[in-house]
Write a new protein. Structure first.
Length: 147
């Protein structure tokens, strides 16, 4: 299980049951971006600060983006979380579902091998990496809200 980020924002548990079921914490990046706000070398997005609130089943966090939030992991039984951020007169809200972060990483590695070495080897790795494993880490992908 991943350890919480030392410089990350910790969640506040709103009930004892939510705290008891935690098997670890997964540092998750939260970013707010403005579409088409200025030209950068790699994209048309520009990151900016926004006041954010994250709510899950039994926990919450209030912070300013961009930030790293230490989200609790309950294995593969996690429920969706809601992220809401505001900046000036705009507010955005989005719900995120739990994902198998280990499986996602294995699949990404297999694709890289397929591109670099051999499509056959990459395909075999992707196929074997797709099945969940006992020690997989579940959590949320990095979150990006567009304004």
């Amino acid at each position: 299980m991943t350890q919480p980020a030392a410089d990350g924002t910790n969640v506040t548990f709103t009930n004892a049951a939510a705290k008891q079921g935690v098997i670890g914490f997964v540092p998750t990046r939260v970013e707010t971006v403005e579409q088409g706000a200025g030209i950068t070398l790699n994209s048309q997005e520009q990151s900016f600060a926004a006041a954010c609130e994250l709510n899950g089943d039994g926990f919450s966090a209030t912070f300013k983006s961009p930030a790293t939030i230490n989200l609790p992991s309950y294995g593969d039984i996690e429920k969706p979380i809601t992220l809401e951020c505001s900046n000036r007169d705009k507010t955005r809200k989005q719900t995120y579902k739990v994902v198998n972060l280990s499986q996602k990483k294995r699949t990404g590695n297999a694709i890289a091998v397929g591109v670099l070495l051999s499509p056959l080897a990459g395909g075999i790795m992707a196929g074997t990496g797709a099945a969940p494993k006992d020690q997989d880490v579940y959590g949320y992908s990095n979150m990006k809200l567009s304004f």
